[in-house]
Design a protein around this ligand. Sequence first.
Ligand SMILES: O=C(O)C1=C[C@@H](OP(=O)(O)O)[C@@H](O)[C@H](O)C1
Ligand SMILES: C=C(OP(=O)(O)O)C(=O)O
Length: 433
Amino acid sequence: MLNLQKLQAVNGLQGQIQVPGDKSITHRALMIGAVAQGTTILRNFATGEDCQTTSKALKDLGVHMEQNQQALIIHGQGFAGLRQPFHTLQMNNSGTTTRLLLGLLAGSNFKARLNGDDSLKRRPMARVSQPLAQLGADITTNQGYLPLVIEGQSLKSTTIQLKVASAQVKSAIILAALQAQGTTKIQELLPTRNHTELMLQQFGANLVTDATNQTITVDSTGTLVGQPINVPGDISSAAFFLVAAAITPHSKITIKNVGLNPTRTKILTVLKQMGARIAITPHTAPGEPRGDVSIQTSHLQPIQLTESDIPALIDELPLLALLAAHADGVSQINGAQELRFKESDRLKTVAQELQKLGVVIQELPDGWIIDGTKKKHIQDVHLDSHGDHRIGMMLIIAALNSDAPLTLNNEAAIAISYPRFLTTLKKLLGARL
Ligand SMILES: O=C(O)C1=C[C@@H](OP(=O)(O)O)[C@@H](O)[C@H](O)C1
Ligand SMILES: C=C(OP(=O)(O)O)C(=O)O
């Protein structure tokens, strides 16, 4: 149990920090590096538990990797270099590992069994096994959930219309399409993060995107060649501190080297729309866009968001609820039903935990209504992450401005994406470590 009373922001948040490398990009670099030919050198990669789950699974599949102080070196031997694992592949808490790996293994010449922790076992896998089956994949799920068995098949290309706006599902299909005979067309429901597409283009895949039609065309004729990848800071991790500074008096912070891929930056747009004093200085480096982001304490206006706004800030929505609780008016978020399928049912857990803090928040089937003008007294000092890293970190930020004796249960979940979160937060608070 974490004592949150020790983490009060008495003098605001100040200073300059960096956040860990992007989790989504790290998962992809590990997997694509593993099936490319030659050496992939990965710098500034995410070291949280989810990405360790990916590297462990790849090692279990026979991929050779070594780590020195600055870089992870992956010795890829093509798709044909993957080997049947000796035991069940453990997906732990990571949805991205599970779903992308299914795409990677769909065209192999062996069988693998995948399982996960209790949270992951509650998350839907039919959304990925069904479209992969259209390419000829053979996946037997436990009624749409883990554990599952995948038996590699020779795959045939086709056209696939995605039924959910999910970068994980899209990426799984793209990774399978690289192994399918012919040309696969994927039609997205809404644009989602495009790190898989950008990285595969860098590695030499034959992949074309059409932003106007939201289609991706993948041909298996390209050859993937190992690449150097310098991962930008994770905007989804940076967001905790951006929101903390915006809502905490006397704050002014800068986060260096944050990933600024437009499919991920909606939180910055929304902060601006809400009136946050934010400045972005882009870098000119090649590869994924990145830059420095500065923010100060701000007077916030309410916001309305609908379905098309959601994918580009999907993981920041718990934080957005907290921002809305500090805005001068009533905010409404709709079209966010995907939050029910994350590490926890985030629509429910966010409402439940913020209500403990006296926030006036109503859970809707697909979002929330949050009245920032009507704060009640603290209802319960015992907060809970529900084993969900993003809920845990959001609650720590929510508690910064309270002098109540608050505690956080299940705080260990933070290590899923950000093991050093508290160290960095304490640095910004000026606290002794
Ligand atoms: O592709 C990815 O790396 C991710 C996609 C999103 O999930 P969905 O694809 O399920 O929306 C996001 O919530 C997750 O944290 C990471
Ligand atoms: C949903 C998340 O991750 P995953 O789906 O990979 O478990 C997340 O990091 O918020």
